[in-house]
Design a protein around this ligand. Structure first.
Ligand code: TRP
Length: 351
């Protein structure tokens, strides 16, 4: 079987460090490893509109921002097809057919959807389009015969639901669709990075993110203001590293090379942690190191961003070419689906 990798992001804001450690870094590594037949990364504007339908300008503006984020972290359009979801009309048709295979109760039970409904305070007025998005996401995944979906752990319920739809479809209409598998980062702390305020998740709507686009000054301010261990009042006090976002970020981002470069008195994170836990290590010193680590990662990304910002036509070309290519592949799958569902009337003139 072919190895097809696919993943996407909603264009509702710039991508941040949570996206970087949870998925972007992984994608670039997969791209460089080259162990796949096809790889797709896309901007999920149709999905973004399910809860931003009153705010089309936001989605429009962020298409190009997310595209630049992708290219700046190193996604390479000669290796990966980068496209825009709404440009691929077969995805809507697939969604329509898959809707028959899913109950309302099943959608309402999806833990990620459930949490979002609560967060967005929809109450009893849940838009159908929003509730439907796991089905539309199944169309995204299956249209490309995706086998591997690299995502953060909040997306696991979506992949599970996609697998159920695939099984149900194949059961009823015969073996047609490919069952996808999620790929989550090995490093557990990377699966869900907390916000700089220590809240469970780095999230644009909470405003606790460090963006890939942030300049050095902004990053410094954010890092220096980060929540740490509230009981670590004086330098001599023993500190907690487990629920401390500064240490969680270091766990996700720092390498031994960073220690050699910026904090040679410690060999590695283990040493730094044990000093903090024992007492005698101040937050400011750890934060300064974290700032250096983040800057080390963001500096090359910022340079690439500058290039693409100055060459916007090139970015649009990449998106247009990618969308054309993606549409061809999705159309092939749609044809298979319609054939399996016996809605290929003019190919098979039965009587
Ligand atoms: N739901 C994803 C997010 O919130 C975006 C997305 C849409 C996606 N379709 C997808 C991710 C298909 C992986 C595969 O960011």
């Amino acid at each position: 079987m072919k190895k097809v990798i696919l993943t996407g992001d909603r264009p509702t804001g710039n991508l941040h460090l949570g996206h970087y450690v949870g998925s972007l870094k992984n994608r670039v590594a997969l791209q460089e490893k080259g162990d796949y037949d096809e790889m797709y990364v896309f901007i999920a504007d149709t999905q973004a509109l399910t809860d931003n339908f009153k705010n089309p300008k936001k989605v429009r503006d962020n298409i190009i921002e997310v595209a630049i984020d992708y290219l700046s972290v190193g996604l390479d359009p000669s290796k990966v097809t980068i496209f825009i979801q709404s440009m691929i009309s077969p995805l809507c048709e697939l969604t329509m057919y898959y809707m028959n295979l899913v109950t309302l109760a099943r959608l309402e039970r999806n833990p990620t959807v459930k949490q979002e409904i609560r967060q967005k305070e929809f109450g009893n007025s849940i838009p159908v389009g929003f509730l439907n998005y796991p089905i539309s996401q199944t169309a995204d995944i299956t249209a490309f015969e995706t086998t591997i979906v690299p995502v953060g752990d909040d997306q696991l319920p979506m992949i599970e639901q996609a697998r159920e739809i695939v099984r149900s479809f194949n059961n009823i209409y015969g073996e047609t669709l490919v069952e996808p598998n999620a790929l989550i980062p090995d490093n557990k702390v990377c699966r869900r990075l907390p916000g700089i305020d220590g809240k469970a998740k780095m999230s644009k709507s909470i405003g606790n993110c460090i963006y890939l686009k942030d300049d050095s000054e902004t990053v410094k301010k954010k890092v220096m203001s980060m929540y740490t261990d509230p009981n670590h009042l004086r330098v001599e006090d023993p500190g907690d590293t487990k629920n401390n976002p500064v240490f969680i970020y270091l766990e996700a981002l720092s390498t031994n090379e960073h220690f050699r470069k910026y904090l040679p008195e410690y060999k590695n994170l283990e040493e730094l942690k044990s000093h903090y836990e024992k007492g005698g290590l101040g937050d400011v010193k750890v934060k300064r190191f974290l700032y250096d680590v983040i800057e080390d990662i963001l500096t090359p990304i910022r340079e690439k961003r500058k290039y693409y910002e100055e060459n916007i036509d090139l970015v649009y070309n990449i998106l247009e070419e990618g969308s054309k290519k993606a549409k061809e592949k999705a159309s092939e799958t749609l044809n298979k689906v319609k054939k399996a569902m016996l809605i290929d009337y003019f190919d098979e003139k039965t009587f």
